[in-house]
Ligand binder design. Structure first.
Ligand code: ADE
Length: 235
């Protein structure tokens, strides 16, 4: 078992990188891949950079060069649902693009032709991520859809449009691309996100204040998840 852990920004990965034992770092395609042992689990942690292409690139490198067996995408997200507040956790049941459009050929909004409309997360990883999330933030961990696109969502109208297309719980800029690349490689994945803003006109104000708190929470959940996955795989 080798866990590939992807975060888009430095704040999302720095805690996990600092916890790696026996750390080796190597650069591919402009990203630093930090390989080592995280709480007893072989792991590679990488900051992929923001957006879908950066995210997918890193998945392929994790598969080809590191032979990862499981993928976790962790980081922050904007809430698409009034019940989800800043600091709350979302675990992906599945992931979907909100900015893919080939409707003229009969595909629903969000679907890349030839690909599924949604990418299903691994059910065992989801279960363990929920258990990890509940241990870090009890009662504030929801399973559902994650919507991704190359847009920071900070307008109510765009938020409403994304909800109408995806019915997702939260939006961010990498998860579905990671899910898509995991699907192409036959690797199980889960997305673990903490809410940093409401993805509306308040997002620009909330995001800088809550980014660090939410990112730290994600790191704690990912760490707990790694421990649970190790236990499960040893059984
Ligand atoms: N990541 C965190 N908040 C976000 C938002 N509002 N839109 C896109 N990605 C985000």
């Amino acid at each position: 078992m080798k866990l590939g852990i992807i975060g888009a920004m430095e704040q999302e990965v720095e805690t996990l990188v600092s916890l790696l034992e026996n750390k080796r770092t190597v650069e591919y395609a402009g990203s630093l891949f930090c390989e080592g042992v995280l709480d007893g689990v072989d792991a590679v942690v990488v900051r992929c950079g923001i957006g879908k292409v950066n995210a997918a690139l890193c998945v392929q490198i994790l598969c080809d060069r590191f032979g990862v067996t499981h993928l976790v995408n962790t980081g922050i997200a904007g809430s698409l649902c009034s019940e989800l507040d800043i600091g709350d956790l979302v675990i992906s049941r599945d992931a979907m693009y909100h900015d893919a459009q080939a409707c003229v050929f009969g595909y629903p909004a969000g679907q890349v032709p030839g690909m599924p409309l949604t990418y299903e997360a691994d059910t065992q990883m989801v279960r363990l991520a929920v258990e990890a999330g509940e241990s870090v933030n009890p009662g504030h961990c929801t399973v559902g859809r994650v919507a991704s696109g190359d847009q920071f969502v900070s307008e109510k109208a765009l938020k409403e449009q994304i909800i109408a297309i995806t019915q997702a719980l939260c939006t961010e800029m990498e998860g579905a691309a990671i899910a898509h690349a995991a699907y192409r490689n036959g690797i199980p994945f889960v997305i673990i996100r903490a809410i940093s803003d409401k993805a509306d006109d308040s997002a620009e104000m909330d995001y800088p204040s809550f980014e660090a708190v939410a990112a730290r929470r994600c790191a704690a959940v990912t760490r707990a998840f790694a421990t649970l996955l190790k236990k499960k795989n040893a059984q």
